[in-house]
Design a protein around this ligand. Structure first.
Ligand code: FAD
Length: 441
């Protein structure tokens, strides 16, 4: 190869202005993307990455092999001490950058999700699920929920307590139905609320609840007997309530460090002041929580895939085939370029989704569907590059493939999210015949 023809050398043939406009610096995509962020977020992204490298990555393989080998509550406290678990409210109530309120509400959460999950999908999920549990208190739009409950939980966290929150909608007979309008109309609900003096009595079961076993607080949804999701109401429960207990914790394929647990309610008394938002507004709260959380799931998928990509780059830089490094083979370079392109496309879509003032249904679902499907492809490509090593637990990429598969399922399967994209744009982009008829003069 003639070095004079490489981008970095050839640009030297230009005058100062030509050289200035020809960016051939040897910078990683991570560094380049970070430089495009508003200033406070550049620092934040670096802090998330430093934390993930120091406190999450070293435990990833062990926590995957034996989820009980690490107490995620300790990790939560460490993360909280850096202000990373109270970021849904601005200072002095929480630790969110004040500019987020004016700019992009979700930029911080997606940057955090990428960095944490690049280190470990399971431990990352465990730390991130807390924000999902807190989200109903915020998106219900009721200042009492913020001042009475969010602030209280944030004060506990700032005191160094593992006041983790979980979000509970899924029930044994209703998963997708809790996330999609058509199925919702005939959802078979088992978790029920009964109005009594001063509050509600809740009974039933929730299942697959991330952080269900370790959470202190749970935002949980239930409807009165005989009523459907149009009467769903959001309640804030805590584990000390009588009749509230944790049932089975699932043995999972991936993201194993985060527990997915069953919650059992046996005539639990919940005072009126623990109703979040208006009675009967649970469905609206749930739908908007999903709008907020799906770009984050996209970022989780992207982060896991980035972890697999970085591992395969290291592997190809260090391992030889015959007497040549793997990275010297052109078809390996093609695969790496392909993976890097997909990662950039995922990040582009996620960052675009959070540029809107508030996330909306199609943007969140597009980010979630595209990233989780594409991240799955990237993890498979990583496994291919490593050959037999790709199949070993010690090499992380088989873990990434297992971890990433879950992002196609939770927060609504990708089929349900595709339906959500269409529903969101009905009238604006898609005009089925029933809408045309109503348009007719
Ligand atoms: C590890 C893990 C963690 C989770 N964490 C949480 C949590 O923290 N909180 C919580 O509340 N829930 C949680 N969930 C639940 C998760 O959101 C649901 O599993 C998910 O929404 C899918 O529901 P389901 O499993 O009941 O699938 P089902 O609804 O039984 O779907 C089965 C299949 O049918 C398809 N399908 C269903 N309806 C349609 C339709 N109308 N059109 C086309 N296809 C359709 C689905 O896409 C899927 O392929 C978690 C799940 C897992 C596995």
């Amino acid at each position: 190869m003639n070095p004079e023809l490489t981008p970095s050398r050839s640009r030297l043939a230009l005058g100062p202005l030509g050289r200035f406009m020809y960016d051939a610096r040897a910078l990683s995509i991570w560094d380049r993307d970070t430089a495009t962020l508003p200033f406070p977020y550049r620092r934040l992204r670096k802090r998330y990455r430093a934390f993930a490298r120091e406190y999450i990555a070293p435990h990833a393989l062990k926590a995957d092999a034996d989820p009980y080998s690490i107490d995620v509550r300790d990790l939560f406290i460490k993360s909280a001490s850096r202000g990373f678990q109270t970021e849904l409210l601005p200072q002095p109530l929480g630790t969110m950058k004040f500019s987020s309120l004016l700019r992009s509400f979700l930029l911080g959460p997606v940057l955090k999700a990428e960095e944490f999950c690049a280190a470990c999908g399971g431990l990352g999920l465990s730390l991130l699920a807390h924000e999902l549990g807190m989200a109903p208190l915020f998106v219900c739009g009721d200042s009492r929920a913020v001042l009475r409950w969010m602030w209280r939980i944030y004060r506990e966290i700032k005191r160094g307590e593992p006041a983790i929150a979980a979000f509970a909608i899924t029930e044994p007979d209703a998963g997708s139905d809790m996330e999609e309008t058509v199925g919702a109309a005939s959802a078979r609900l088992s978790c029920r609320g009964r109005k009594v003096a001063g509050g509600w009595r809740l009974s039933g079961r929730k299942c697959f609840i991330s952080d269900g076993a370790v959470a202190r607080w749970v935002t949980l949804f239930a409807a009165p007997e005989g009523r459907g999701l149009e009467s769903w109401t959001c309640y804030l429960l805590d584990k000390s309530m009588q009749g509230f207990s944790v049932g089975r914790t699932e043995r999972k394929m991936g993201q194993r460090a985060a527990d997915a647990s069953e919650l059992i309610l046996e005539d639990v008394f919940v005072p009126d002041k623990r109703v979040i938002g208006p009675v009967g507004a649970g469905w609206a709260i749930n739908r908007n929580v999903l709008n907020f959380s799906r770009p984050v799931v996209g970022a989780i998928a992207m982060g896991i895939a980035r972890g697999a990509f970085e591992h395969s780059v290291r592997f190809c830089n260090e391992n030889r085939l015959g007497n040549r490094l793997l990275v010297d083979f052109q078809d390996v370079q093609l695969a790496l370029a392909d993976m890097m392109t997909k990662l950039s496309a995922m990040r582009g879509l996620v960052w675009q989704a959070v540029r809107y003032r508030f996330p909306f249904q199609a943007a969140g679902s597009m980010a979630k569907v595209f990233c989780s499907d594409t991240a799955w492809e990237v993890c498979n490509q990583a496994m291919e590059l490593l050959g037999d090593h790709g199949y070993l637990h010690s090499q992380s990429v088989e873990k990434a493939a297992r971890d990433v598969r879950l992002t196609q399922i939770y927060e609504g399967t990708n089929q349900i999210n595709r339906l959500a994209i269409v529903e969101s744009q009905l009238g604006a982009e898609f005009k089925p015949s029933y809408l045309r008829e109503t348009d007719a003069p």
